[in-house]
Each structure stands twice: as C-alpha cells, then as structure tokens.
Write a protein that binds this ligand. Structure first.
Ligand code: PLP
Length: 377
C-alpha cells in the first residue's frame, strides 16, 4: 500500500447561529428525523412517506399540480430540471435579471441552445413589469418567461402575480425561482398561474441543504410531452423521473436520498403545523423587529421598503468598516454567520437572513448585539 492510513477522527461541527442567505438553522426535530433508521428506497413505508412529502409540498406551494416532488439535489439542480425540460433549441426565453440568480437562468437558456431575451433591472430593484410587457411586445414569439421571485443576492421581492399574468397574456409559460421565497412569503403557484417552480430545502424550510422541491403545471407537462428532441439530461428527464415519484408501481430511476427526505418531511410537517399564514406573519414581524434595530445601529437597507424580503435583509456596510473582518469576528466570537455581498455587491453589503427556524426573537437579539460590538471595533 502506498497511501498511508489517515489519522482522521469523527467530524464535530461547531454550534453556529445561521443568519446568512442559507442554510438556515435546522431545528432539532429535523436533525433527529435525519438520524432515523435508513430503509430501502422502494420499501412500502418509504413510498408512503414520498406521497406525504408530495402532499406537504402541494400545501407549501399552494398548488394542485400532480407533478410536485423534491429533486435529489440542491436548488441549482431544481433550476436546471425546469430549464432542461422546458427549453428546446431555438426557443426564445424572456429572462429577468436583477441579481445573481437571474444571471444563472440566462446561462441555462444559452447552454440549452435557446435565445435569452434579457430584461434587466438594477441590483436591489424588483423586476419592473413594464419592461417585461415591452419585451413580450418586441418578442411575440417568446415561448417561455423566467424570473426570480426572491433575489437572495440583493434581498428584493418581485411581484410574481403581475409578472406571471403578463406571460399568460402573451401565451408563454412561466418558470419561477422560489428558492428563498417558499415558506417565508406567499408563494401561490395556482393562483398566480406559475407553470414551473423550483425551491430549496435549506432556506425558509429550514431543512439541511441538498433537496429541491419542484412543481410543474399541466401546461408545462404538455409542453414537455410535445418535445421533439429528447431532454438532454438523462438524470433530470421528467419523463423518466416520473415513474419513480408517481404512479401505482414505482420503478427504479435513482436511489432517493432516504434520510435527507426524512428531514424534508419533518420540516414540511413543522411548516404545516404552524400554518403558512402564521409562518409568513412571523417572517414579517421578525423582519420589522430586526429592521428597527439595524436602523438604530445606523445601517441602511439596499432595497426600498415595499420590495424588501422579510427573510433576507441586505444593508450597506458603513464607511470605514472592514466588512470581512466584522464577519470573521461575528463567527469567531459570537458563533454567528451572516452573509457577504455577491457579484456587484461584493464587499459592500451584509446579507442577514431570517429564514425559517432562524426567524426568531433570540436570533435577532444576538445579531443586533453582536453587530453593535463588531461595528464599534
Ligand atoms: C440559494 C439559491 C439558489 C441555489 O440553491 P442551491 O441549493 O445553493 O443550489 C437559487 N436561487 C436562489 C434565489 C437562491 O437563493
């Protein structure tokens, strides 16, 4: 043997308070669910649990869509699953870009041989519906429309109902990124007429990272069935995945991440117990509490008041303050993680998450006290 036996021991993570852009704090109930005995992924008990996960997700998404299930992978895989199934080469897709995640949608369209028509808004602004209307008028042949509901890179919330209505009037299907919005602010797929949506387990659902709930309308399923070219990804081809996640007889597609799905199930049960309206209200109330404290510290929000995400608070780093040094002190002295700026906002902002289980009074008190200490230096 040439490779020596490593003297590595069990990993013991430090205890942190997670107030960044995700993952959020995972409640003990979800952590214990993850530790339950692993069963076979085609075990009748597990198949029953998969059905419950779908029912719970339909509640969270507020949809009757049959094709609603968690993709085995992070939010980024949910995003690719939507695009890879719905975009065919030559398709024109209107994509809204007002931060990092809209830019990724553009990249998806390009790689799939589609033509993105980019509707751009400044970072920190919500998507402007008037620009979307103009883009459809200039591109009546656009077949798809895509936008990010909650831009986690900036903290801006866009008006999904209005945007999806514009797309419907122009006979385009709508893909919505609701990775950060699901569970934190209203996400009403059926009422808004969203055709494909993807989310993530680690943001306002407060599960561990690695699963991506998705949902597809009947119109989206019909569009996918009518494809004349095969879906370029085998793993994400919904036609194949479907036999595993629905139908009387489950056929093997891939081995589902059994224990992570116990965790997602538990986090969705917690959400259902609280109730969606109560969860949205809690996120709102806690956002207002945090915002009042941040204002006292002299920290200004990047996003105007009526477009702020309650679950992601982006503030400008004050002049003369070393933002990375402050974050390092928060982590090392207070065990507190907050987020740095991404892309155009790198080095300029802090992103403070109040997502899911992280959205609670004790976290706000810790964050405000710790920030005050590190800003004063
Ligand atoms: C976090 C996030 C993603 C990506 O999710 P991953 O689980 O990190 O792959 C996509 N879109 C938005 C808006 C996000 O906040």
């Amino acid at each position: 043997m040439t490779i020596e036996r490593p003297a590595i021991q069990s990993f013991q993570p430090p205890v942190r308070t997670l107030m960044g852009p995700g993952p959020s704090d995972v409640p003990p109930r979800v952590l214990s669910a993850l530790a339950r005995p692993t069963v076979g992924h085609l075990d009748p008990s597990f198949v029953g649990m998969m059905d419950e996960v779908k029912t719970l997700l339909r509640y969270a998404f507020q949809t009757r869509n049959d094709l609603t299930f968690p993709v085995s992978g992070p939010g980024s895989l949910g995003m690719e699953t939507c695009f890879v199934n719905l975009v065919t080469p030559g398709d024109k897709v209107i994509v809204c870009v007002n931060g990092v995640f809209g830019g990724r949608m553009v990249e998806n369209v390009r790689r799939l041989g589609g033509t993105p028509v980019i509707v751009e808004d400044a970072w920190g602004e919500p998507v402007d519906p008037a620009k979307v209307e103009d883009a459809f008028k200039a591109n009546p042949d656009a077949r798809l429309f895509a936008f990010v509901h909650a831009e986690t890179s900036t903290g801006a919330l866009s008006d999904a109902a209005t945007l999806a209505a514009i797309a419907r009037r122009h006979d385009a299907l709508t893909i919505m990124d609701c990775v950060t919005s699901l569970g934190g602010v209203p996400v009403l797929l059926d009422e808004w007429g969203i055709d494909a949506a993807y989310s993530g387990s680690q943001k306002c659902l407060s599960c561990t990272p690695g699963l991506s709930p998705v949902s597809f309308s009947e119109a989206a399923v019909a569009r996918i069935r009518a494809r004349t070219t095969p879906c370029p990804s085998w793993f994400q081809d919904l036609g194949l995945v479907l036999g595993y996640w629905s139908g009387a007889k489950r056929t093997y597609h891939h081995t589902a991440p059994v224990n992570p799905l116990y965790g997602l199930h538990e986090s969705l049960v917690i959400l259902a117990e609280e109730g969606l309206e109560a969860a949205w209200q809690r996120h709102r109330d806690n956002h207002l509490r945090l915002a009042a404290g941040l204002q006292k510290l002299g920290l200004d929000f990047v996003v105007r008041e009526d477009a702020r995400l309650p679950q992601l608070n982006t503030v400008w780093v004050p002049q003369g303050v070393d933002e990375a040094a402050c974050r390092a002190r928060l982590l090392n002295e207070f065990g507190l993680e907050i987020g740095a700026g991404l892309g155009a906002l790198a080095g300029k902002v802090w992103r403070i998450g109040l997502m899911g289980h992280s959205s609670r009074a004790s976290n706000i008190a810790l964050c405000l006290a710790a920030l005050e200490t590190v800003i004063r230096g």
